[in-house]
Write a protein that binds this ligand. Structure first.
Ligand code: MLT
Length: 400
């Protein structure tokens, strides 16, 4: 028996496991302190009432012989895939319901999709980046190259025609920086992918936070993208499903690549084959709840929650503006990415904040080398905690 020794190339622990470990150790040593967590992007508002009601009704159906359901379709129930198709149509994007795959979230799918690709592909990720893209390819022993995202390019790296990549990860609005690409910038990535016969893996998990007129919410708003992109989205942030788990992946039928013998292979067919083999679908009850998100009433309730988080983001952003701290995001994104004060390194600043004001964030270094002197706060906390965290932050800066 031989182990997959690529695991030796991973960091010792997953970023959010490490921050949780340090936080829990602090809480254990200081049980009287009130620690405020603005680290991992986990929602705090409850599910929308129409979602809960749909789940309750679905649970009741499962308790009656006439309406009980066993295994569901691996790709997801048609009622949910069609609701997502219609949601895209309302945003001006035409997709077919059979291009939609229902899953337990974007984290799983951005990792699982790597099953479809040869080990020799060169993977391009921005730095800083959501660690799942890097870790899952490291597990498979792939070569990873980085596109620097930094102050100079407003954390929105653009393609370099002199660099060849086969698979490119893009997250917009971005986790962790909150920066969002405009249509022209995304078109440059689509053009690069088409010219290089490369594939874009587009994570749109934060699309519901886009507020600025004209900013794209889907890669499929860009002409040509159906020939070179897969889109991953999640209800975690759109509808508070971080614990409930439901997301979707869109694999266009036009996405076809030539195999080594020249045979054309449909990526959608491969993904369907993979999912029907390794996945038994998301539970009926959850899918009914997810479908309620896309109703008029469900959408209105979810929008209200998103506006609440956006107001939190503004409270954080206003504090940094007042302090003259350089920050990104917070407008089309639930994340605020800022330069660590006092020129500190981000893990040192993590410990400093925890120690001084008992506020937890996420160190930029955990997302890549370009995050070394940056820090991320989330707006997914409660209003009360966000306000208190910012008043503690102001006090910390005043006393420094
Ligand atoms: C984050 O904090 O970056 C996200 O919550 C992680 C995730 O969605 O998996």
């Amino acid at each position: 028996m031989k182990l997959n020794e690529n695991y030796r190339n991973l960091k010792q622990s997953y970023l959010f496991a490490e921050t949780a470990h340090r936080t829990n150790a602090y809480i254990e040593a200081h049980p009287d302190q009130k620690v405020i967590r603005l680290g991992i992007g986990d929602v705090t508002l409850p599910l929308a009432q129409s979602v809960v009601q749909a789940m309750q009704e679905a649970a009741a159906e499962m308790g009656k012989a006439e309406t009980f359901r066993g295994y569901g379709p691996e790709q997801g129930y048609a009622f949910l895939r069609e609701a997502i198709r219609d949601y895209y149509a309302r945003n001006g994007v035409a997709i077919d319901a059979d291009e939609v795959f229902i899953t337990d979230g974007a984290k799983s799918d951005t990792g699982n999709i790597t099953d479809l690709f040869d080990q020799d592909n060169v993977i391009l990720v921005p730095d800083p980046v959501y660690p799942v893209y890097v870790d899952t390819n490291t597990m498979n022993g792939r070569k990873i190259i980085y596109a620097d995202a930094n102050k100079e390019n407003d954390f929105l790296p653009m393609p370099d025609p002199s660099v060849h990549a086969d698979i490119i990860y893009i997250c917009s609005p971005n986790n962790p920086t909150g920066a969002a690409y405009n249509k022209d910038q995304l078109k440059a990535w689509v053009d690069y992918a088409l010219a290089n016969e490369a594939l874009l893996l587009y994570d749109s998990a934060y699309e519901c936070f886009v507020g600025q007129e004209g900013l794209p919410r889907s890669i499929f708003q860009i002409p040509g993208a159906k020939k070179c992109a897969i889109e991953f989205c999640s209800l975690s942030k759109t509808a508070g499903f971080t614990g409930t788990r439901c997301g979707y992946t869109i694999v266009p039928k036009e996405l076809v690549f030539a195999a080594s013998d020249g045979t054309e292979m449909s990526v959608r067919q491969m993904w369907l084959r993979r999912q029907t083999t390794k996945f038994n679908g998301v539970s009926y009850i959850i899918q009914r709840g997810a479908a309620a998100v896309f109703t008029e009433e469900g959408m209105a309730e979810c929008r209200k929650n998103i506006e609440y988080y956006k107001e939190n983001a503004k409270i954080i952003a206003d504090t940094f503006t007042e302090l003259g701290i350089n920050f990104y995001g917070g407008i089309n994104s639930p994340y605020i990415w800022f330069e660590c004060p006092f020129g500190m390194e981000s893990w040192a600043f993590f410990d400093y904040m925890l120690e001084k004001i008992q506020v937890v964030g996420t160190p930029g270094a955990g997302f890549g080398a370009n995050g070394t002197n940056y820090f991320r706060l989330t707006s997914f906390g409660s209003r009360e905690n966000t306000v208190e965290a910012m008043s503690r932050f102001l006090k910390m800066m005043a006393e420094a």
